[in-house]
Design a protein around this ligand. Sequence first.
Ligand SMILES: Cc1cc2nc3c(=O)[nH]c(=O)nc-3n(C[C@H](O)[C@H](O)[C@H](O)COP(=O)(O)O)c2cc1C
Length: 282
Amino acid sequence: MTPSAAAAKDADDRLATLAAARYRNTQKLTGDWNETLDTLLSHRSVRGYLPKPVPESVLQLAIAAAQSAPSSSNLQAWSVVAVEDEARRNRLNAVAGVQRQITQAPLLLVWLADLSRPRKIATEQGATAEGLDFVESFLLGVIDAALAAQNAVVALESYGLGSCYIGALRNDPETVARELELPDGVFPVFGLTVGYPDPAAPADVKPRLPQTTILHRERYDTQLRSDDIRDYNTALRSFQAEQSMPRIDWTEQVKNRIGTVESLKGRHVLGAVARKLGFKLR
Ligand SMILES: Cc1cc2nc3c(=O)[nH]c(=O)nc-3n(C[C@H](O)[C@H](O)[C@H](O)COP(=O)(O)O)c2cc1C
């Protein structure tokens, strides 16, 4: 085999390995392999960390990656608070229902939809900034924050660090806002634990739904393929068994997560809470 043929075969093998881990079905991925795609397809949330600080240089690289994400009209309507202080992390952990990774991770990044900065900039120029009073602007800030955070996640993973989103901070955004001294018009969208993964607590790639369930062609197909869903339940159960996690069908997890108002763990009042935090949501 020529060196280029060998390299192509290695790339094909790697894509096949990545596809098998991500889908655990017959999904094939063909085409060119590259490191960016490898990092993306290898993602897994990390919930066990070594007691090793995140270097300032890595934090700055991650924030540069976050700021490199697209931003609606380049408003850059997001901010992030880096929390290292243990006492503060523990207080925020109480909001999140006490998750071990928040105590363990040396760094918690709290990602914010930030309409306070554009409001200041517009009002200083004599505008009412009324455009910020609509659901659209709240969404814009949340989308900007999410895109930025995910770029940081990928950058951190490319450096061998791990992370885990903490949506549970939305159990009580008012307490988070008080703790971080957020001004009016700033909403904590989620936290992100960051650190070096503990090799003693390995996390594996969690399988995802088949592409046939997610990818619609030309128009939305309302038919849910029961075979695909059944196979996904099976794939996720084998993942749970390998990870020594409680075994539960994904379909049941979906029902449990959104089945009732109670299952939202207090987050059903977020509209009212966002209004208290300075968003009019008209
Ligand atoms: C917005 C958001 C909020 C999340 N909140 C939590 C959380 O509070 N606690 C947690 O352990 N994982 C949380 N996760 C992680 C998801 O559970 C995880 O991404 C999902 O199970 C898929 O697993 P993977 O990231 O390892 O592929 C959150 C993920 C997202 C995107």
